[in-house]
Design a binder for this molecule. Structure first.
Ligand SMILES: Cc1cc2nc3c(=O)[nH]c(=O)nc-3n(C[C@H](O)[C@H](O)[C@H](O)COP(=O)(O)O)c2cc1C
Length: 362
């Protein structure tokens, strides 16, 4: 039990200490390869632009999700409390980090359930790993939902992170079937997310078929768990440190993952992984996302206080509003129909994957 708590603490402090070094070094989100077409004649005024957006049937003031990050350690209590206060005030959804620590050690549950106490009306998203779900089944997931009276449950897929983690799992079997059973039995919608290496079209198709309602791509280009876990194994396990180094630029860039998942019907699409400003958010939505999510950039503001979180979200929302004006988009639905071109590697990716769509396996 102490092990999980220590790991949670390591993750927070490494993300804070590494700063932007916690992001991919070379690989980017590829959102810089999306060019929105400038509209010099938008026939709109600033104030009539609405950033309201829908996710899983609920309406929010901004299409911005506070991604699941933490819980299970003393520092996490403060972080979750402040994030929840901001989310409630701004009317945006919020996730918590993996709830395994709170399920296995009830004394830690308060580091998660503080979010519901602070934010009684907020759309809260619980979180468990696919590995834990496959091990323990639906009852375990129900405890995660009950813990924070969650409105949805996110199951995270993190194969590369587990492989590098000193204490990580080696078995990734039975996760899809466990997700399918969960979708059948759970009272709230199921979201499946990556943690920073992206989701392909083929995986999204299998998830949609299993009954999943939303996919959060958590693509490459933002927080890099191969690099963060590498810091934890350094000096402890030389073989794992080498693997971490070799795979430190692995993953589907966020923009490519949005294109992949947007081709699958029946899924709400959340774009996270390296979303750092409102222009990136606009591009993500123009190419297919319904919502964007941010994690690591909110960590430091969350430690400083809820007003700092609000300030950062407000900045991203204002930047997004500018992109909406410049593309003549009065609403998020308009933005999702705006004109764009794909350049360079993203354009290549899109055309190669379109050609190969009917070939190959999984
Ligand atoms: C400190 C920290 C802890 C995280 N813990 C979890 C977690 O427990 N469960 C999960 O699904 N994702 C977790 N994530 C991943 C984020 O939800 C998100 O998918 C990823 O960081 C990409 O977003 P970003 O580039 O904006 O950070 C964590 C991210 C951070 C920064």
């Amino acid at each position: 039990m102490g092990g999980i708590e220590e790991r949670k603490r390591d993750h927070i402090s490494l993300c804070l200490d590494l700063g932007d070094e916690a992001d991919f070094s070379e690989k980017t989100t590829w959102l810089e390869h999306v060019e929105l077409i400038h509209n010099a004649l938008p026939e709109l005024s600033w104030d009539e632009i609405s950033l309201e957006a829908r996710l899983l049937g609920r309406k929010f003031s901004y299409p911005i999700l506070i991604e699941g990050m933490t819980g299970g350690a003393r520092e996490a209590y403060e972080i979750n409390r402040n994030l929840a206060e901001a989310a409630e005030k701004l009317n945006i959804p919020m996730g918590v980090g993996s709830q395994r620590a709170g399920i296995e050690n009830p004394a830690l549950a308060e580091t998660y359930d503080i979010v519901r106490k602070i934010a009684p009306r907020c759309f809260l998203i619980g979180n468990l790993s696919g590995v834990e779900l496959a091990k323990h089944g639906v009852g375990y997931a129900e405890r995660a939902v009950e813990m924070i009276e969650a409105d949805a449950l996110a199951i995270h897929l993190n194969v590369l992170q587990e492989i590098i983690q000193p204490e990580g799992s080696r078995s990734f079997k039975g996760i899809l079937r466990a997700i399918e059973l969960l979708c059948e039995k759970l009272d709230v919608p199921v979201i499946v997310k990556e943690v920073g290496f992206g989701v392909s079209r083929e995986v999204a198709e299998r998830l949609a078929k299993a009954g999943v309602k939303a996919v959060d791509v958590a693509g490459a280009g933002g927080t890099n768990w191969a690099k963060i876990e590498a810091e934890r194994v350094k000096g402890l396990n030389a073989a794992k440190a080498l693997i971490a180094e070799l795979y430190s630029e692995w993953g589907i860039p966020t923009a490519a993952s949005i294109l992949e998942v947007s081709r699958v019907r029946g899924l709400d699409l959340i774009a996270s992984g390296g979303i750092r400003n409102g222009l990136q958010a606009a591009k993500a939505m123009a190419i297919g996302a319904d919502f964007v999510g941010m994690a690591r950039p909110l960590l430091k503001p969350a430690l400083a206080g809820p007003e700092h979180v609000e300030k950062m979200i407000a900045r991203v929302a204002e930047e997004l509003r500018v992109a909406m004006l410049l593309t003549g988009s009065k609403t998020i639905s308009d933005l999702k129909r705006c004109r764009y071109v794909l350049l360079g590697p993203l354009s290549e990716w899109a055309s190669q994957r379109a050609r190969k769509a009917s070939r190959g396996r999984r």
